[in-house]
Design a protein around this ligand. Structure first.
Ligand code: WTA
Length: 659
């Protein structure tokens, strides 16, 4: 870890109070009220969680709310449930049957209007989930079986997740931007029995083929028995080729046994709900495992408080279902609360940079939850786009995925929020399942760039390397010292790695991998990752994963991937490459390397820069010294202790190459 990772250079003293009007109607409307609930959540977690999750559907009640200690903490012991009942069935009898659960827009637009929109009421969502659950059962999917979802942003992705939950199967959503090999590895890692996909998706005016990618992945993934294909593209596109005996169209699957899904599989609280692969500091992605009751409790309670949900809201989390934010805040959190979710298929600038704002105006979105990288792109595209639309339906804004720079925060507040909408900057991770830090919107002031205070039940702390607490404003390692319902329970198939990755830095305490400081008001400032994970445009990318893709190219001898600061994406990905003898560096080689990453991982992970070098700076024991490469990538003079460097001239050459 380089020491500068833990030094915060940001001094931001502005404070933004919620308006009196927002505060008056908010669920939590003062710092005192927040403190009281927070205290209760720590002093009496059983009472807190029992009360806050009372509206969920429990088939049997928990006998103990919190048991064990991390890494083996468990929640809602003795309870049984089916998550889909809480997200769907319960709204059929509460008067919300005809309320919209999902309002969807496809990407293509003509004359400033979407070519396709769909609205699914809770009643319709229920019918679809039951029918797909019936199909899964008819195809032999049983409790505990894994189902991979390789889908874009269509309502069927949510339906598929809920149908898996309904039959007690474990879903693993693979982001639609992942390429063949990444998809294949994930299918193989969890031994999926069924894949649910679509023919293709519309993205930035292009068609992204998805079924063809699945076909190729399955050439080397033999656990899969059946593939269900949702036809998204329509008759103007290539006919869908179905592998006889293996593949079925969505409609044929749903007709298999439409009633067989009616009765949900009742599972224990700690039955696995899903696996979601995320980057760690080795080349192999981690299959983060979440469990039914704990995950649902975290997503449910946080959605209600953080987004201050109320009747009539239209809640738009712009994240893709392929990432954790899409799991918790497009699907499980809002639906378990009976909210109406906005879902949009495509890119924010398709067909032009005004798209998001037209969606907000058209449907009357009231809560918008997006990422800093998107906000910075909107800033760059210019405020004329949001200004052209009526955004007065918005009442609350959210940010997630990476630290938001104060300039972007203030722009978001002024231009998008019209100065009247509080901003919730939410810190959390794939592993935590739901929001861990946030300033509740009506409770107290926000500071631009700070993720604020701990959410209920969460105890974040900043520790020095020796495990002692850091002083106020002193940078250190961010840990979570208490168990929490929605924390991951293990890494699929690799429990040793689970313990190693999260509980070895400090024994029995969850280490987040982030650096942070806490200021004199108790507000947290996240400084970014301090392990070998990059945060590029809000997506976690493991440097080791990129490196293993790059060295997969036959001409490459060695490679090191590092991040450098980037105005738009937060971090940009730079790879330093040394070639095998006799190989020629140049534009063709650069292209081949980019292609290699696109093919192995996906286009979204393509490096921003490839730099060829004769050698990489190494220690005498052969370890690549990344901190020098980071300096060079950022255009800084490589400073710091070079005494362990094996060959000083390597550094000089790398620097010279830059000038
Ligand atoms: C970073 C996304 C600062 C952090 C939900 C974390 C943030 C990683 C914030 C997890 C935020 C997420 N401010 N940094 N509000 N939110 N991060 O697993 O480094 O894709 O560890 O989960 O994103 O990324 P992941």
């Amino acid at each position: 870890m380089s020491s500068d990772a833990l030094t915060s250079h940001l001094t931001e003293s502005r404070r933004f109070e919620p308006s009196a009007e927002f505060r008056e109607r908010a669920r939590v409307s003062s710092r005192e009220q927040y403190e009281a609930l927070y205290r209760e959540s720590l002093d009496d977690p059983s009472a807190f969680w029992a009360r806050e999750t009372r509206d969920l559907v429990w088939r049997t009640e928990a006998t103990a709310v919190m048991t064990g200690k991390p890494p083996r903490a468990d929640w809602f012991h003795g309870a049984s449930l089916n998550v889909s009942e809480s997200c769907v069935d319960r709204h059929l009898t509460s008067g919300a049957r005809h309320r919209a659960a999902i309002i969807w827009e496809g990407e293509p637009e003509a004359g400033g209007r979407p070519v396709e929109t769909r609205t699914l009421t809770y009643g319709e969502l229920h019918r679809e989930v039951v029918a797909l659950a019936g199909a899964l059962r008819a195809l032999g999917v049983e409790k505990g079986d894994r189902v991979i979802l390789y889908m874009g942003m269509v309502p069927e992705a949510a339906i598929a997740m809920l149908a898996c939950a309904r039959v007690g199967a474990v879903h693993g959503v693979v982001f639609g931007g992942f390429a063949v090999e990444a998809l294949r590895d994930r299918i193989n890692d969890c031994g999926a029995k069924v894949v649910i996909t679509q023919d293709g998706a519309f993205r930035r005016g292009n068609v992204v083929p998805m079924k063809a990618t699945v076909d190729r992945a399955l050439e080397e993934a033999k656990s899969v028995e059946k593939v269900i294909v949702f036809p998204r593209l329509g008759p103007a596109h290539a006919p869908i080729s179905l592998h006889p005996g293996r593949d079925l169209l969505w409609s044929d699957a749903l007709a298999l046994d439409p009633k067989a899904g009616a009765a949900p599989e009742i599972v224990d609280a700690s039955h696995p709900l899903f696996i979601l692969y995320t980057s760690g500091s080795t080349g192999k992605p981690k299959g983060v495992l979440h469990t039914a009751a704990g995950f649902l409790a975290g997503a449910h309670v946080s959605t209600r408080y953080v987004f201050d949900l109320r009747d009539g809201d239209l809640f738009w989390c712009t994240a893709d279902v392929g990432w954790v934010t899409g799991h918790s805040y497009v699907v499980y959190g809002p639906l378990s609360n009976g909210a109406t979710v906005m879902m949009y298929e495509g890119a924010p600038n398709a067909p032009d940079p005004g798209r998001f704002w037209r969606i907000i105006e058209r449907h009357g979105v009231s809560v918008l939850y997006t990422a800093p990288t998107a906000i910075r792109a909107f800033m760059r595209w210019g405020e004329q786009h949001p200004r052209a639309c009526d955004l007065s339906s918005l009442r609350l804004l959210g940010s997630v995925g990476e630290p938001i720079n104060p300039e972007a925060w203030v722009w978001y507040h002024t231009v998008i929020g019209g100065g009247r909408c509080p901003i919730v900057d939410t810190w959390w991770q794939t592993e935590t399942g739901s929001i861990m830090m946030v300033t509740l919107p009506g409770a107290t002031f926000a500071k631009p760039g700070s993720t604020g205070l701990p959410f209920f039940g969460v105890v974040p702390e900043v520790w020095r390397a020796d495990g002692t607490p850091a002083a106020p404003n002193e940078g250190g390692k961010l840990v979570l010292t208490r168990p929490y319902p929605s924390m991951l329970r293990t890494i699929w198939g690799d429990d040793a790695r689970y313990q190693q990755a999260y509980f070895s830095e400090f024994s029995d305490t969850y280490f987040t991998g982030d650096g942070a400081r806490r200021d004199e008001d108790g507000y947290f400032w996240v400084l970014g990752r301090i392990d070998d994970v990059l945060n590029i445009a809000g997506h976690r990318v493991g440097t080791a994963e990129i490196e293993s893709a790059v060295v997969g190219h036959p001409a490459v001898a060695e490679c090191a991937a590092v991040g450098r600061p980037d105005e738009l994406k937060g971090q940009a990905l730079v790879v330093f490459v040394t070639l095998k003898l006799g190989q020629e560096a140049g534009p063709a080689m650069r292209e081949a390397i980019l292609e290699q990453v696109s093919r192995d991982i996906g286009k979204f992970a393509r490096p921003d820069e490839v730099r060829f070098a004769d050698a990489l700076p190494k220690t005498r024991s052969g370890k690549i010294m990344r901190r020098f490469l980071k300096d060079i990538a950022a255009g800084r003079a490589a400073t710091g202790d070079a005494s362990t460097l094996e060959d000083l001239s390597v550094l000089a050459k790398l620097q010279a190459a830059e000038e």
